[in-house]
Design a protein around this ligand. Structure first.
Ligand SMILES: [Zn+2]
Ligand SMILES: [Zn+2]
Length: 108
């Protein structure tokens, strides 16, 4: 009789490699959703018209410095329109964190 299905050294190595690449991708994802002002996970993320996203509180502090001319803290392009809430970014971060936690539990 054969050993239990799936018990195969090669297959195990393959899944470990897959886990590793998922982890790397998640790290990339996390760095993408880190605020460039406070260097922490985006909290109540808002996107400005150049496409950059920052925490709402960081953005307000930044804009308060110079009320005559609003610019992007990152690429310095003019900001004329109101920032829009970036719900998707917040959700992405939550999901990335959950998956990372699950991965770490799986490895132990
Ligand atoms: Zn921030
Ligand atoms: Zn920008």
């Amino acid at each position: 009789m054969n050993a239990a299905a799936g018990y195969e050294p090669g297959a195990r190595d393959g899944s470990a490699g897959l886990l590793q690449s998922i982890e790397t991708s998640l790290e990339d994802l996390r760095s993408l959703i880190t605020c460039r002002i406070c260097v922490r996970p985006l909290y109540e993320p808002y996107t400005i018209e150049c496409g950059h996203t920052f925490c709402y509180s960081c953005l307000r502090q930044w804009f308060d410095r110079d009320r005559t001319k609003k610019t992007c803290p990152d690429c310095r392009s003019d900001v004329i329109r109101q920032p829009a809430p970036a719900y998707l970014v917040g959700l992405l971060y939550q999901n990335a964190s959950t998956v990372t936690d699950l991965l770490f539990r799986y490895e132990k």
